[in-house]
Design a protein around this ligand. Structure first.
Ligand SMILES: [Zn+2]
Length: 84
């Protein structure tokens, strides 16, 4: 099976969507690489790691995260309090 390396990530926010209120350009963040559907039985119950459509960037699917720019959902971003 091909594996695209690069699933642990951190970076600096360079843009945010219009609806984003709790992240700002310049914030230092890490991002959960899990991609969840949000609609399946398990997602609706909050059992996110059992998502029927679970995929992990840099492990299962399409995009790696070791690159100059990567997109992440705001709910997957967590502020870093240490220097990166
Ligand atoms: Zn799901």
């Amino acid at each position: 099976m091909p594996v695209v390396t690069g699933h642990e990530t951190s970076g600096i926010v360079v843009s945010v969507g219009d609806a984003v209120q709790n992240l700002s350009i310049g914030d230092k963040v890490t991002a959960d690489n899990a991609e969840l559907c949000g609609h399946c039985y398990h997602c609706q119950r909050g059992e996110l790691l059992f998502c029927e459509n679970f995929a992990a960037h840099g492990v299962h699917c399409r995009s790696k995260v070791i690159q100059s720019h990567a997109a992440a959902s705001v709910v997957q971003c967590f502020w870093l309090t240490v220097a990166i």
